[in-house]
Structure formats: C-alpha cells, structure tokens
Design a protein around this ligand. Sequence first.
Ligand SMILES: Cc1cc2nc3c(=O)[nH]c(=O)nc-3n(C[C@H](O)[C@H](O)[C@H](O)COP(=O)(O)OP(=O)(O)OC[C@H]3O[C@@H](n4cnc5c(N)ncnc54)[C@H](O)[C@@H]3O)c2cc1C
Length: 488
Amino acid sequence: MPSLETQTLDNLGLPGLEARLKENLGCLLYPGKDWVPPRAGVTDIVIIGGGMCGMVAWLSLTTGGMRNIRVLDQAPKGREGPWLTYARMETLRSPKTLTGPAFGHGTLTFQAWYRAQFGSEAWEALDKIPRPMWMEYLQWYRETLEIPIENGVSVDQVAPEGNLLRLSVSGVEAETILCRKLIFATGRDGTGGPNIPGFVKDLPRDLWAHSADEIDFAALRNKRVAVIGVGASAVDNAAEALEHGAAEVRHLVRRKEMPTINKMMGIGSFGFTAGFAALPEEWRWRFMQYSFATQTPPPHGSTLRVSRHDNAYFHFDKETIRIEQRDTGAEIFFADGTSYCADFVILGTGFVIDPMARTEFGETAGNILLWQDVYTPPKGEENADLGRFPFLNPDFTFREKQPGTAPWLSHVYCFNYGASASLGKISGDIPGISEGAAWLAREVAAKLYAEDVEAHWQGMLDYDTPELVGHEWEPTALGQDSPEGKVA
Ligand SMILES: Cc1cc2nc3c(=O)[nH]c(=O)nc-3n(C[C@H](O)[C@H](O)[C@H](O)COP(=O)(O)OP(=O)(O)OC[C@H]3O[C@@H](n4cnc5c(N)ncnc54)[C@H](O)[C@@H]3O)c2cc1C
C-alpha cells in the first residue's frame, strides 16, 4: 500500500499527472457514447478558436459524445489568444486557485499541473500565475487531451446552405467546410474588435497603436508616450514602455478618478453564474451597465509596475477630443481646453462588442438582433456600448432582427465575451468557462438530437438486442405455481 505522501500530486511529474488524468477520464467513460447520426461530407460541429474557450467547449462536447468536431484557429500553434501575443501583464489578475477550463477534473487544473512539476512548497510560495506560464499550461491541456486544433486556418465567411452552414476558410486545401453547428469561440474581441476612437482617424499610423497591436517598445526609448485610458491593458502597456526606457509615460484618463473596486469579481458566485441568464432583461442590463459605469480597476500589481517609475503620470479628467499631427509628434487636445504633445499614443481603450465589425457574418451581421433592438433602459442607465451586445437565445445562439430573414443564425453559437450581456460571465473570463462549456454542450446536443429525432425514433424501433434471452424465467398459469413448477 503506497503511503499517502506518494499519492499526492506534488512532484509527480507531468507524465504521472497525465496517467492519473487518463485513468480518471477512463473511469468516467470518456469520451461519451457516440450518438449523432453521421452525414456524409458534413462536420457536425465546427469550433472557431482554439483558445481556452474553444478547448473547453471541445472537451465538453466530446464528453457528451459529440465527436465529429473540427477546431480551427488562424493563429500558429502555441500563439492562440492574447497570452503570448498582445497581453503584456506579468501575471494573471485572477487568483492562482481558479479552476478555469478544468471541467470538473482536479487533475486538469493549473494547480495540479504546477504542483506535479514543482511541489506544494513552491505552490504555496507562488503569488499570481505568470502570464507565459498560463499559456504553457494551456498548451499542456491541449496536448494531453489531444485536442485536434487545426492551426493556421481562418474562417473567413459563413453562409447558409439548406439547413447547414457553408464556411469559407483559408489555410487548408479544401476551401469550404459544410457543418451543422458553428461555435464562435473567437475571444475577447470575438463579436467585435478593438475600440478605436474617432480622434485617431486622421493620425498617421506610425504615431499611434492600440494596446492589442504588435508594438515595437524598443523604439519608444527616450520618447514621450501618451496612454489613453487606465484599464488593465492600458497600464500593462504603460509599464512595457517605461521598462523599455520611455522618457515619460502619461495616462490620460477621461474619468475623474481611478476606479478601485472590481464589482463583477466581488459578486462572482455559482448563483450569479447559474442565475444571471434567467433574470429579466431589466436586471441583466442593470448588472452589466453598473459594471460598465463603475469600471474594472487595473490590477494592483500592474498599477504598481507603472507607478514605481518617477516618469509615470496618471492624469484624470482629461477627455481626449482630438489629436493633431505636429512636427514634434501628436498633440492631444482635451475637453477642458488644455493639450499635451506626445511622440507616440497608445490606445488603452479596450474592445467593443459590435457584430458589424466581424467579417465572418458577411451582410448578415447587420441582421443580428442586439440589446438596443429589444430593450430601452430607464433614464440614467443608458449605455450605447452595452446596447450593441447581441441579444442571444438562452442556448448561446444568435437571433435575427427580422424573423425569417436569417434563420441560420440559430445554428451559430456565441461562446465568447459577446454573450455576457445575455448569459453572464460564462464564456470569456477564466473563472466561469467550465460551467459555460457544460451549458453549451447540453444546448448543442439538444438541438442535434431534436433535428435527428426521426432517426433516433427509427433507432428505437430497430433496436433488437435482447437483454433477456428467454431462459431466465418460465411463465406459469395462475394457481399452478407450485415450488416444483418454478425455474431452478
Ligand atoms: C490582455 C488580456 C488579459 C486578460 N487577462 C485575464 C485574466 O487575468 N483573467 C481572466 O479571467 N481573464 C483574462 N482575460 C480575458 C480572457 O480570459 C481572455 O480573453 C481569454 O483569452 C479568453 O479565451 P478565449 O478562448 O475566449 O479567446 P482567445 O484565447 O482569444 O482565443 C480565440 C481564438 O480564436 C481565434 N480566431 C478568432 N477569429 C478567428 C477566425 N475567423 N478564424 C480562425 N480563428 C479565429 C484566434 O486566433 C484566437 O486564438 C484577458 C484578456 C486579455 C485580452
């Protein structure tokens, strides 16, 4: 009998952890029984995006026995999502104990992965998860579960074909894919794009960048850098510029003061996850609008990473109204009549949700039902950004503005941040994604089953494997059931 000590995860090593995970999955009879009737030349489900959400969606669907799935990602292998591309924070904001995409498997958590390699002392000593390490963990997750992500494949456009969807893709030989269900696990900007304010419209591109762009920070050495905004990405970009030797970095912030309380994180609970989507529109709007209005503060560590530099500044109540090119750089004008000249401007303005910004939907993007089409908030709760979120069905699918004009949208699932106004925080940030994935798989399964109900009914009629073969009992006439007449 091995001692308890040798049974812990600590220093088990990744091969040992993988063996445990596989044993665990085996006990749960993973993957689930294959039940979707095959259709020649048709993929049952395509997932766009091989990031965290796409991967946990795949795990959830395969757990439910849906196996004919393709996962496509335009990014090269190992470069999916923001973690090694434009995310610039040193550590994740979320606590290290989050279970994220583990989908109920303790051995699939970040904690297990970390302790198996470094032991529990190191685990106790770890403060926050270093950003590149989170990506290393996600890569391990992918390899261990053998998720067949096809990298370098971009979904360019979706169009209906009968009851199916025809995807135009680039990066693979066959240029189109026919599928039944399509999941947009396309990320933080996956139902929109970077928020580019109009004031940079006429500014030459070498004078500004959005925080999600590739930025040559070395070129900012000895330069005056203006960062518009003070959210998480704004401060991380400011810190990068400072660490690369910028002469000065100034946060130019429209708000009058720094947001300090992370409201959404504070109220996070299973109740909120399970209950949000069932609330009436007015309540869902109220929660989201309040969270938008109060704003999420930049993380503690990221803020210190900036403020420890003497040449870093936070200027509040500085609403940028226009920027003009000068011989000396870019002159930024504020609503209060003042101005400041920078050599380079970084937009820490975040992302917008706006289906019109996604090319994948073609012209149908304009036909996607939005919150602003169905809900008029009371005075004081107006919010144009929130109004552009898609108003989804409870099963994550998009809806059409004009019923009957694009019914195919009901086969397209929004499994990204864009779903949050309708369904809550279950398809973007790390904490709620396993719950979201479980919910998504159930809804996809229910729809696939309903569409094939005749085949399933025929399967019931055709099923003829006996459980009893005839020798297990003997009928007797009532009154003649003497002990001798019974089956031995
Ligand atoms: C800078 C930054 C820091 C964050 N930090 C945290 C944090 O600390 N804690 C937290 O809980 N959350 C954080 N988040 C939020 C969230 O966890 C991340 O956005 C996370 O990446 C979401 O995972 P995802 O799978 O939805 O999207 P992603 O990881 O972005 O994956 C989406 C994938 O879809 C692919 N894709 C998109 N469109 C197409 C297409 N047409 N064809 C093919 N492929 C396509 C992309 O290439 C990408 O790889 C952060 C977000 C950002 C942007």
